[in-house]
Design a protein around this ligand. Sequence first.
Ligand code: PEP
Ligand code: MG
Length: 322
Amino acid sequence: HKAELAKLVDKPTVTEDGCRVELVANIGTPEDVEGVLQNGGEGVGLYRTEFLYMGRDQLPTEEEQFAAYKKVLERMEGKPVVVRTLDIGGDKKLPYLTLPEEMNPFLGFRAIRLCLEMQDMFRTQLRALLRASAYGNLKIMFPMIATLEEFRQAKAILLEEKEKLQQEGAAVSSNVEVGMMVEIPSSAVMADTFAKEVDFFSIGTNDLIQYTLAADRMNERVSYLYQPYNPAILRLIKTVIDAAHKEGKWAGMCGEMAGTEGAIPILLGLGLDEFSMSASSILPARSIISRLSKKELSESIEQVLYMDTAEEVENFVKTRFL
Ligand code: PEP
Ligand code: MG
């Protein structure tokens, strides 16, 4: 079986009926890129930049960040690289950045909320990213966007830094797409509005599931409620994909769900354009996709949206498509 999968390393990801989708990887450090290439990843769909900031005693400088981003972009040789701006807070803490204890850290001061307030830190990251954009195919996305104002504000700051760099004579790519993660239900519900202003969406199901079912993703006691196949989640995903396509934008997914065997037929049928997962899941996913017909799926998958329970959805997919 392993040898069969290895044959798919240099192959594009195509369904049985000839439709292309993009299979890309989630990474945490520049070193992870090797695993992406070895497993035939067509790009990076989520570079979690938190690790650059963790395990040290002060903020990373613009130069340190520039070096890391440039390394990833160069090594990917023009393949798309989606970098997520700092998503700290919640479960991830920094020793040199003391923040008040919060009653509900997952609903608190984190990610884009923190970056919009600690703007020096945010601007440093954006400058490093923009400078690195000259070395490959960079796309930037903002985490934990809950309102349109947040997206507008983050994008405005990005454009300010871009202008400054250009005035300083730095090389900056003119094709950097700017998108957002959809991991808060409000932004999934409002996807039609967001779609007019973003270049792309990447659905973060790890958080979207916990917020939609109000079930802490770290709490074992409520893990039975953490349901990727719950029709509520599937309807939100469909809303996001349809909203993107209506505006001619693309929709990807970088939560764990994107690399899950049972979820792939559903996501393919709903029209997801890009699947981002751990490098080790790429070849198995490519193999699954090669045996599925997009036409057949898109004609029959919508019924999962109207099923009663997550269990019913999961059983249906497994017996029908896998
Ligand atoms: C997500 O929420 O789905 C996601 C990809 O982000 P993280 O797991 O880093 O919160
Ligand atoms: Mg998240």
